[in-house]
Ligand binder design. Structure first.
Ligand code: ATP
Length: 556
């Protein structure tokens, strides 16, 4: 398939705002793709992805490299490129305009295909070490050289993972369902266990409904994790579940462990492969857990008998390659609370109480890994006791689970309730910022934050957060965000969305000032949620619900 066809399709759907129409158009488009590889690539590309989240490969192309490649490909100097970006506010459009000046030159170039773009991306992501930046610039410049202006627009956006098409997971799911006449729920399930819409689309096309039904959890392919809702009260949990399985809500970080075919792979909550950051857990699993399982649990860092702040574990994730030094500094252990796969079979449809038995039979406790303690009860006083024990031990609270419930990948539902003392914070995507004044002029001192519309994938601003940061954090974040700066306008910065901040606030107000329609009053930075992806940020629905709940509280 020609990349031009893909780019032209993108330019058509970019103007469509109705989600129904978008899904219908995408359905018709993908249905017409004959080649499996083209279909795979197009589905991922439409979502602004080159690889599924769990694939360790990444392009490693930042904004700076794009500037360079455009300079090489078009012979335009850097200040002109920067000017154009400021003028358009969009790197994709800027690239398109730059290419318009050289169209005649490209008439004799070979036309770009989707397969060629994929091939170049794969080559780029395999390059490491010395000289790799230069080669990437060359490869990218060559792509721009063969690209037409419209292709350059979407090529750039694809590299930045920002297609601006309003195509989120929900729309892709509906489009696949519609294209091959399959129930949405079935497409959704296949996605939750493979985390790869490209693969789901190919199976749907070739094998239809039966093919999707046959898709099973596989070792070393991560499964979306089951999540929890906030418990209204202990009584509500007892009313709904009658018997409640109570566990501590550990203050650590979620891990999914795959142990089979001689190797251990550990995935984070955002389904990144973090095996290398946890060598001591890997060893412990190999010697104490029966091979051929997928376990769900939490890694906790301890110091003097208490959990260390969450940030310390995540720091290890970030520096996955400097692990041995960190190992001595941060002693960690893992507690497992669920099992998804055992002896070559998925076990997610078994009720929790049976999965628990299975879990206990495959894990031999050691001083680094064990099965999380669980109490099953209908007595509110017992639940309260476990909850207080957890808080006294420095953990977050308690999880209340339905012993009869299956494990539903990716689901945030009533089977798992979390009981926590603090006011609800919001996890919001950082989309922009502003340089500080005076002494702070070298750091980004305020950040624009946005919630997510999960259907369209759009990020809707809800305010700016400028308090709650230590000076150290401001310095650290400035370095973290610097490579993500798309362009600047005076003190204002537009950032490529990549990180999520947890933000506290005093109140949510309605506001026409922001696209979301809401504004946070007195927002305060709590922490960087390195374990959360942009796609896992809080949604506009949650903001709306929290807004409404403020009034409920007042009335009573
Ligand atoms: P939070 O900020 O409260 O952790 P979240 O959005 O990250 O919220 P939730 O679905 O609300 O995630 O809560 C589930 C999280 O709690 C899990 O992802 C896991 O990291 C953590 N957790 C700690 N102990 C447990 C447990 N016993 N069972 C399940 N999850 C647990």
């Amino acid at each position: 398939m020609l990349f031009k066809e893909f780019a032209e399709f993108c330019s058509v759907i970019e103007k469509i705002s109705s989600t129904l129409e978008l899904a219908a158009r995408i359905a018709a488009f993908i249905k017409g793709i004959e080649d499996d590889n083209d279909l795979y690539n197009v589905v991922l590309f439409l979502m602004g992805k080159v690889y599924p989240p769990w694939d360790e490969r990444e392009l490693g192309v930042g904004v700076g490299l794009i500037y360079e490649a455009l300079r090489v490909a078009t012979g335009t100097n850097r200040s002109k490129i920067e000017e154009l970006i400021k003028e358009t506010g969009d790197l994709g459009i800027a690239a398109e305009k730059l290419l318009q000046t050289k169209t005649q030159l490209t008439l004799f170039e070979e036309e770009l295909t989707v397969a060629k773009v994929r091939e170049v991306f794969d080559t780029m992501s395999s390059l490491t070490g010395e000289g790799s930046q230069k080669r990437k610039i060359r490869l990218l410049a060559d792509l721009y050289f063969s690209a037409t202006p419209i292709e350059a627009r979407y090529l750039t956006r694809l590299i930045l993972s920002e297609m601006r098409l309003g195509v989120g997971e929900g729309i892709v799911r509906d489009a696949i369902a519609r294209a091959w006449g399959i129930e949405e729920a079935l497409v959704e399930r296949a996605y939750m266990i493979t985390n790869d819409f490209g693969k789901v689309a190919v199976v749907a096309k070739n094998e239809g409904k039966e093919g999707l039904e046959k898709m099973k959890i596989e070792l070393h392919v991560p499964v979306r994790m089951m999540l929890a809702q906030v418990a209204e009260s202990i009584d509500q949990a007892i009313r709904e579940m009658s018997r409640v399985a109570v566990e501590w809500k550990f203050d650590g970080t979620r891990v999914q462990v795959h142990w089979g075919n001689g190797k251990v792979t550990i995935y984070s909550r955002r389904l990144e492969n973090v095996t290398r950051a946890l060598p001591e857990i890997v060893e412990e699993i190999k010697s104490n857990v029966k091979e051929g399982v997928i376990l769900d649990g939490e890694v906790v860092a301890m110091k003097e008998g208490r959990p260390m702040p969450f940030q310390h574990i995540l720091r290890r994730f970030r520096r996955k390659y400097e692990v041995s030094k960190m190992m001595e500094k941060i002693p960690i252990h893992a507690q497992f609370f669920d099992i998804l796969y055992c002896d070559g079979k998925e076990v997610i449809d078994l009720p929790l109480e049976e999965r628990r038995k299975l879990l206990e039979s495959v894990v031999r406790s050691s001083d680094r890994i064990w099965v999380a303690k669980q109490v099953v009860t209908s007595d509110a006083a017992v639940i309260e006791q476990v909850y207080n024990e957890a808080l006294n031990a420095g953990h977050e609270g308690a999880m209340l689970k339905n012993p009869k419930s299956p494990y539903i990948p990716g689901k945030r539902g009533k089977h798992w309730l979390k009981l926590k003392p603090v006011m609800e914070t919001l996890d919001l995507v950082v989309i922009g910022g502003e340089w500080g004044e005076g002494k702070r002029s070298h750091v980004i001192s305020s950040y624009e934050i946005a919630c997510l519309d999960p259907t369209t994938g759009k990020l809707l601003p809800v305010g700016k957060v400028a308090t709650g940061f230590t000076d150290e954090e401001l310095e650290e974040f400035t370095e973290l965000f610097r490579p993500l700066i798309e362009y600047e306008e005076g003190k204002k910065i537009v950032l490529q969305p990549k990180y999520v901040f947890e933000v506290a606030y005093q109140e949510i107000q309605k506001s026409p000032k922001y696209e979301s329609g809401y504004a946070l009053r007195f927002p305060r930075f709590v922490r960087l949620r390195e374990d959360k992806d942009v796609g896992e940020a809080d949604t506009i629905d949650r903001v709306a619900r929290l807004y409404e709940s403020q009034f409920k509280g007042k009335k009573t």
